[in-house]
Design a protein around this ligand. Structure first.
Ligand SMILES: [Zn+2]
Length: 287
């Protein structure tokens, strides 16, 4: 399941192909994904120029010169593929053949420059919607979201205020999208390990100095993963045009039973299911 760094990598991969590009053709090959597509989606996209490609939480937003914004969510299995020419600015430009349109290729956009962007989603938990750009932030998918974890509004003071008096485990609090937007299971596990905080600890019982360590740990795990995604984009020449899924090593996630990597710690990584999600942590150095 794509998390924030994967979504940001997809955005960065698409930007050189889509920003400033005009959509020559838009093909919408089924009526819905997780929800129905907006009415006349293909017509509304055709002829529009993409002015800006931005990200909010795990959503990619394409602001169009038509005054509308295309909101894209990759869901569980959504992928973006770029084929064809017109990928100027992209290292090792995409000199691939377009190939056949596959069964799970649900939306296919072609730019005037000749790039084809294919949204492929086998499990169909992805979503797309079109909304007036001025009202995009108020869209029901985005309206309730907390601040971006990499933005200035997410800081020690803010998090301390949100955690105050909270009796839920810090793991659940950090996965609460109203508190901070776009954080998922993997990166929360990693950030808690780095800051020495147990995922089981109640959010309201973490001291301010420890919250002060947690915030940069969250930023660092996300930034490092985004950097890894950037490297995967630079290696794109040998790839098949598929954006956003890259190999990244985690210190605790998926490492049950392995020795903890904290210097001097002799603990082993444990796994515990919290609210249906696996938490990986070291009970020795995470308190
Ligand atoms: Zn440890």
């Amino acid at each position: 399941m794509p998390e924030l760094p994967e979504v940001e990598t997809v955005r960065r991969g698409l930007a050189p192909v889509l920003e400033g590009a005009r959509i020559a053709t838009a093909e919408v090959r089924r009526p819905d994904l997780r929800w129905p597509f907006p009415e006349r989606m293909a017509e509304r996209l055709t002829g529009a120029r993409v002015d800006r490609l931005r990200r909010r939480s795990k959503y990619i937003l394409a602001d169009l010169d038509s005054g509308e914004t295309l909101i894209v969510h990759l869901g569980m299995s959504g992928r973006m593929l770029i084929t064809g020419d017109g990928a100027a600015g992209m290292p090792g430009a995409f000199a691939h053949d377009h190939g056949q349109i596959g069964k799970h290729d649900h939306v296919v956009l072609t730019t005037e420059a000749g790039a084809r962007i294919t949204f492929n989603d086998a499990r169909r938990f992805g979503a797309m919607d079109l909304v007036e750009t001025d009202r995009a932030d108020a869209h029901w998918l985005l309206a309730g979201l907390g601040p971006e974890p990499l933005g200035n509004a997410f800081n020690e003071g803010y998090l301390a205020e949100k955690f105050a008096g909270k009796r839920t485990p810090v793991k659940s609090a950090l996965l609460d999208q109203r508190i901070v937007a776009g954080l998922g299971n993997i990166y929360v596990c990693e950030a808690l390990w780095r800051s020495g905080i147990s995922p089981l600890r109640h959010a309201g019982r973490i001291s301010k100095p420890r919250i002060g360590r947690l915030v940069p740990a969250i930023r660092d795990v996300l930034s490092e993963a985004i950097d890894a995604g950037g490297s995967s984009l630079r290696d794109y020449r040998q790839a098949d045009g598929d954006l956003g899924y890259f190999q990244h090593r985690f210190a605790v996630y998926g490492r049950e039973g392995e020795p903890c990597q904290t210097p001097g710690c002799t603990g082993k990584i444990r796994r515990k299911v919290q609210s249906g999600r696996s938490s990986f942590y070291c009970a020795t150095c995470q308190r």
